[in-house]
Design a protein around this ligand. Structure first.
Ligand code: PAF
Length: 282
């Protein structure tokens, strides 16, 4: 696997691949890779001639009091995992390569509406940071398709909207969440959990499953269900941010809607975890 750290170097490699008629699949990441990321690479591998992954801990999507500084940087181990997964090219730029004018570059990509609720409500500016860096990466790599985990459900919706509105000729593909045996969604942030917190963490997924079961059993008072779930998570030791039952397009769900998603975000100690469960009612 080749590694490029500059935009010019990456573009030269991509030009050569395009000249040879190759299709390109792209997997953007912030590194500290786990089996979830490798599943994205495996999907990409099946779909295109050339797989490009990026590792860039994007400063603009972290708020002032968030974990940018302590976000794990594990480039050597990540490179080995990507090479083993048959990734062809890794793009791992420094911050000044991506943001030569500094992190508050004048041009930002704001996707209004869906970025204002859920994680966007408690992380102001986060999705603008994500949409901006993904736009830059799409322009740099110009892939045919790009792969994102469904664990970040709202992020995926934001990127789909951004790609559609800005006419990026990129197919945005969502890949199902990879879970540990006990149900916990794989996430780089799981590494911040203490052993006791790690034992509690699967309650997040169990809560989603219980809510789904209740809805499948005919319960439709979504506010009451969310309230009870928040209480339950609180008793387990979480500090819930939100539990929401919505339509899969993230608009409010009515009693007759049958394409639903339950989304949860909660803090366990100092670690913020998110998860979701999308399902269709008959
Ligand atoms: O999901 C992530 O790892 C990041 O938000 C992304 C999409 C790579 C943008 O920095």
């Amino acid at each position: 696997m080749k590694t490029e750290t500059t935009i010019a170097g990456l573009r030269a490699a991509i030009r050569a691949a395009r000249k040879a008629g190759k299709s390109i699949a792209f997997v953007p990441t912030m590194g500290n890779l786990h089996a979830g990321h490798i599943t994205l690479v495996a999907h990409a591998r099946r779909q295109a001639d050339m797989v490009i992954a990026s590792i860039f801990v994007n400063p603009t999507q972290f708020g002032a009091n968030e974990d940018f500084d302590k976000y794990p940087r594990t480039l050597t181990a990540d490179s080995a995992m990507l090479a083993e997964a048959h990734c062809d090219l890794l793009f791992s730029p420094e911050a000044r390569e991506m943001y030569p004018d500094g992190r508050s570059q004048p041009t930002q990509v704001l996707v209004s509406g869906i970025t204002e609720t859920l994680c966007g409500a408690s992380r102001p500016g986060h999705f603008t940071g994500v949409a901006t860096v993904v736009s830059k990466l799409f322009n740099i790599v110009q892939p045919d398709m790009a792969f994102f985990g469904e664990k970040d459900y709202q992020q995926l919706a934001v990127i789909r909207q951004m790609a559609q509105d800005l006419c990026f000729p990129v197919e945005v593909v969502g890949v199902p969440t990879v879970r540990a045996d006990d149900g916990l969604a794989l996430s780089s942030r799981n590494g911040f959990l203490s052993p006791d917190e790690r034992k509690t963490a699967p309650q997040l997924y169990q809560t989603l499953c219980s809510l789904r079961q209740a809805i499948q059993g005919g319960q439709r008072d979504y506010q009451a269900l969310s309230g009870a779930a928040r209480l339950h998570l609180g008793k387990c030791g979480f500090e819930p941010d939100y539990v929401e039952i919505l339509r899969q397009d993230l608009s409010p769900a009515g009693v007759d809607d049958n394409r639903l998603v339950i989304l949860v975000a909660a803090r366990l100690g100092s670690t913020r975890l998110i998860d979701n469960l999308a399902f269709d009612l008959p």
